[in-house]
Design a protein around this ligand. Structure first.
Ligand code: HEM
Length: 445
């Protein structure tokens, strides 16, 4: 038996547990606000979703022990189990040795040099999109950033002439599909199977996405040079590669994991820049100095230091992922906090990044926190891309595309908030701004 260290964090039980429901109602109704309030209870807080015990881990140290030191004792848990029938068995949902094998096959395509090799294609996609903007036009920023993230990832995955067709399909069907999966992970299954238009739209969106992705994957077994061809060419230690079905699951996973997260981060960045003209001017100044009218290249990315600090700060203050879970496969002792086999544990980058013990004045947007270099912080205090063996495989891709979009747009356009607009924060699968209209003004004037 392990003895509890004297200074070990105590697990406190959350109040207001309801019969049958446990704390589900509070989490479903108040979402981020509920998790934020639980932080005041302690480093580890026990809640119940129905009868299921869930340990909410608030301290960076406990999160580090779960994600890194004891990673082998945890699987992805409840949320991803429920999503698996729809997402397939890609990196987000798979576990154990199958996950390890797939991760080894997918990872090389996301190494820095491989990602940097796509910078010119990314820049083309962004320029083509923003060429269509007109001076004085009002754009819906949340839709534009989604369109940009979609065309970048689709063109990087499949750089064929008809990849635009897939990009259009993804842009049309992915939000419907992700929202539908979100509902299916939270609501009783009887409710989500009703033969109503919403169910039919969800089924059609999922089937369309899978069918078209399969056609593209099969076609790329023959062609080469792009990210999907790399996935298909990768071999495990037995010399076996991915089947078409495995590759489709991975591609759909990359679309699901890679589009909304980056698009939402950028949408928050434009929202904040619109309300902090002095930060917007610093960004414009840096871009004008570093690029001097050229297109962004991979070599420019490390030189765009303010751009990077701004994105760090957006990922701190507005992290899109408010709820991530794991399930203990066996008893896991996180230094005095015991997560029993079968129980779930929960961590929230969104609330962790707003902890006043880690960040002074945490609700203030201040990119200078990260300049000239990120400050020394306790490990796992800043985890925009997670940590350990399930850390985001697309981290370098995300930094490259977001920095490139921010710089390319800043070189040509200024985005101003529309007066009288109140932007709502929506919390569903992720934390995102609602409708975000802004006026684009040409900087060439
Ligand atoms: C701002 C953008 C992004 C953010 C904030 C983000 C965040 C995260 C986080 C926090 C995780 C870990 C989840 C967990 O602990 O359960 C994760 C995993 C993952 N992300 Fe990202 N991500 C971003 C962009 C991307 C992109 C661009 C791609 C692909 C092109 C991607 C693909 C993935 C995949 C496949 C996983 C699962 C990895 C595994 O379990 O092996 N992400 N991401």
């Amino acid at each position: 038996m392990t003895t509890r260290p004297a200074d070990a964090p105590v697990v406190c039980a959350a109040r207001r547990r309801l019969p049958l429901l446990g704390h589900t109602l509070w989490l479903a109704l108040r979402r981020v606000d509920y998790l934020q309030a639980l932080r005041a209870c302690g480093d580890a807080v026990l809640i119940h979703l129905g009868p299921l015990p869930v340990y909410v881990l608030n301290s960076p140290e406990l999160i580090h022990r779960m994600l890194v030191e004891h990673a082998g004792k945890f699987s992805k848990g409840l949320l991803f189990d429920r999503a698996r029938p729809y997402f397939g068995d890609g990196l987000l949902t798979s576990s154990g040795s199958f996950h390890m094998r797939q991760r080894r096959l997918v990872q090389p395509a996301f190494h820095r040099d491989a990602v940097y090799g796509h910078t010119a294609a990314m820049a083309n996609a962004v320029n083509r999109h923003i060429d269509q903007w007109r001076d004085g036009q009002v754009i819906a920023v949340e839709r534009e950033t989604r369109a940009l993230a979609t065309s970048i990832i689709v063109e990087t995955l499949f750089d064929t002439d008809d990849s635009m067709q897939l990009a259009e399909l993804v842009e049309r069907s992915l939000p419907e599909f992700i929202a539908g999966v979100g509902r299916r992970t939270l609501l009783p299954s009887a409710l989500t199977r009703l033969p109503i238009p919403g169910t039919r739209r969800f089924d059609a969106a999922g089937a369309d996405l899978r069918r078209t992705t399969l056609r593209f994957v099969a076609q790329h077994r023959r062609d080469g040079g792009n990210l999907v061809s790399r996935l298909l060419a990768a071999r495990d230690h037995t010399g076996r590669g991915m089947t078409d079905d495995e590759a489709v699951d991975e591609v759909i996973t990359l679309l699901i994991a890679g589009i909304e997260t980056s698009a939402t981060t950028l949408a928050w960045a434009y929202h904040e820049l619109g309300h902090h003209p002095q930060l917007r001017d610093r960004l414009h100044h840096e871009v004008d100095t570093v690029l001097a009218g050229r297109r962004v290249t991979a070599a420019d990315l490390p030189r765009l230091r303010f751009n990077r600090a701004l994105l760090y700060e957006i990922l701190r203050l507005h992290h899109p992922t408010w709820l991530l879970m794991r399930r203990a496969q066996e008893d896991a002792d996180l230094g005095g906090v015991l997560i029993p086999a079968g129980a779930e544990a929960l961590y929230s980058p969104t609330t962790l990044h707003r902890d006043p013990n880690l960040y002074a004045d945490p609700l203030r947007l201040d990119p200078d926190r990260w300049l000239p270099d990120p400050p020394p912080l306790p490990r796992c205090s800043f985890i925009p891309f997670g940590a350990g063996n399930r850390k985001c495989v697309g981290e370098t891709f995300a930094w490259s595309e977001m920095s490139l979009i921010l710089a390319t747009v800043a070189a040509r356009w200024q985005l101003d908030p529309c007066s009288g607009t109140k932007v709502k924060t929506i919390v569903d699968g992720i934390v995102r701004p609602g409708h975000l209209p802004m006026t684009v003004r040409s900087r060439a004037r």
